[in-house]
Design a protein around this ligand. Sequence first.
Ligand code: DX5
Ligand code: ZN
Length: 214
Amino acid sequence: MKIAPSLLSCDFSVMGSEIERMDKAGADWMHLDVMDGHFVPNITFGAPVIKWVRPYTKKPFDVHLMISEPLRYIDDFAAAGADIITFHVECDSDINATIDKIRENGVLPGLVIKPATPAEAVFPYLDKLALVLVMTVEPGFGGQSFMADMLPKVRAIKEECARRGIELPVEADGGIGEATIAQTAAAGVDVCVAGTAVFKADDPAKAIAALQAY
Ligand code: DX5
Ligand code: ZN
C-alpha cells in the first residue's frame, strides 16, 4: 500500500520541514488539500504555498482540489509543481476540459467522488484518467470517522476498469489509520491518504510503515 500523508494535519508555520519529516518517515506521496471555502466549508492554501514548499522533497505532490472551479487554476497548480491533480466530479468546471488541461500541463489527472456520489459518476472519464479518489469522509476537515460503506464504490470502479482492460489506481481519503487500513486494502485501494494517523503518531515512520505493510 502506498501512503500519502495529508499535510492538512501538519504545523503550517513550518510546512517545509513537516514535508521533510514525512519524506524521512517514508511517505510515498505528499497529499496537499486545497480548499476554497466555497466547495467545502474550510479554507487552506493555494498554488503559491505549494510552490514555496515544493523544494523540500522529491516525492510526488498529490494535489487534491476541493474548489468550485478547478479549471481556472490548473495552470497555476501545475506551475507550482503538482505531479498529480485530483478534482471533484461535483465541481462547476467542465470535467473533460479540466482533465485535458491537466494533461496539457504534463500532470496526471484524477477525479474525486464525495460520499453521496455514486461510483458510476466517474465511469464516462475512466479512459482519460490516471487515478480515481474515493472520499471516505465528507471533504473539508481532517480527523473525521471513516465511512466503510464507501468501499463498495472502490470495488465497482476496479471492476469497471478490469472490464475495459485498463489499470487505474484507486486512492482513498479520510479516516484511514491502523483500525481501518485492512478493510480499505481488502477493497482494492492502491493509495491511502492519512492525516491524523500519521501526524499525531509518536513515531510517524512506524505509523507509515505499519500502513504500508497492507
Ligand atoms: C479531507 C481531506 C483529507 C484529510 C484526511 O477533506 O481531503 O485529506 O486531511 O485527514 P484524516 O486522515 O485525518 O481523515
Ligand atoms: Zn484530501
